[in-house]
Design a protein around this ligand. Sequence first.
Ligand SMILES: [Zn+2]
Length: 265
Amino acid sequence: MLKYRDFTRAFEELGLGSHSLIIAHASLAAFGEVAGGVDTVVGSLLSTCGTVIMPAFTYRTMVIPTVGPPDNAIDYGSTDEENLTAEFFRLEMPADAAMGVVAETLRQNSMATRSSHPILSFSGVNAEEALQSQTLEEPLAPIGWLAEYDGDVLLLGVGHTVNTSLHFAEKKAGRKQFIRWALTPQGVVECPDWPGCSDGFQAIASRLEGVVRRVPLGESTAEAIPLRDLIHIAVSWIHEDPRALLCDRLGCERCASVRASVRVE
Ligand SMILES: [Zn+2]
C-alpha cells in the first residue's frame, strides 16, 4: 500500500520541489491502494510543489445551437435532449467526474482558487496569476503561463491522452480550433479556440524520451515533462507533419476536420 512518503519521495526523485510549478493530471485508481486515499495524493503534491494547477473542466455546461459556423465538427441541432439537461456554469460547481477525484479534491482545497471559463476552468493553489491569464479567447493560457516560468506537466498514473498541454501546443502550431457553447447564468456564451481531439496524443511519448523524468510509483508511474520541451517538440512535429497526434478513430469529426484543413502532398 502506498503511503504519503512514497508520493513525496517520488516527487523529489522527479526533481520537484518548492520551486516547481506544475499542471498535474492524475488517476488515483492507477496506483492501487493508497493509505489516506485522495487526500494523500493532493497533500503530497501541495507540500512538494510551489504551484499546482489541475483541470476542473465542466463539459456538462455545453449546449449545441441549431445553427452555427461551418467546419466546426459538430452536428447543429442534434442534441436537444442534452441541451435540456445542460447545467449552468457556476464557479462552485464540481469538476466533471472524468477529471478524476484528485482534480476535484484539489478544487475543493481551502487554498485553491478556480478560473471562470464556463467549460475549461482550472483550479490551483498559489496559481492566481496563471489562472487569471485565462480568457474565453485563450482558454489554455494558464499552460502558457506555466511554460514561461519553466513549469512541468506531471502525469500521475495517466498517459498523454489527458495531457491538456498538448492542446496548447496544437494551438501554438496553428492547428485548426473549434467553437463550442456553454450555458451560464448570463446566457449562452460562445467559447472560441476549442481544442481538437486528444485520442491520438499517446504518440508523443516516444519523442519525449530525452526530456521525460519517470519514476515507478505503486502499480503505476509518475512522469514529469518540462512544459517548454513538451510544447517545442509537439509544435515542431505538427509543423513537420500536420497530421501528427490525430487519432485513427473512424468517425472522429474533429480529427477529420483538422485533416481536411491541411493539405498534405
Ligand atoms: Zn480524433
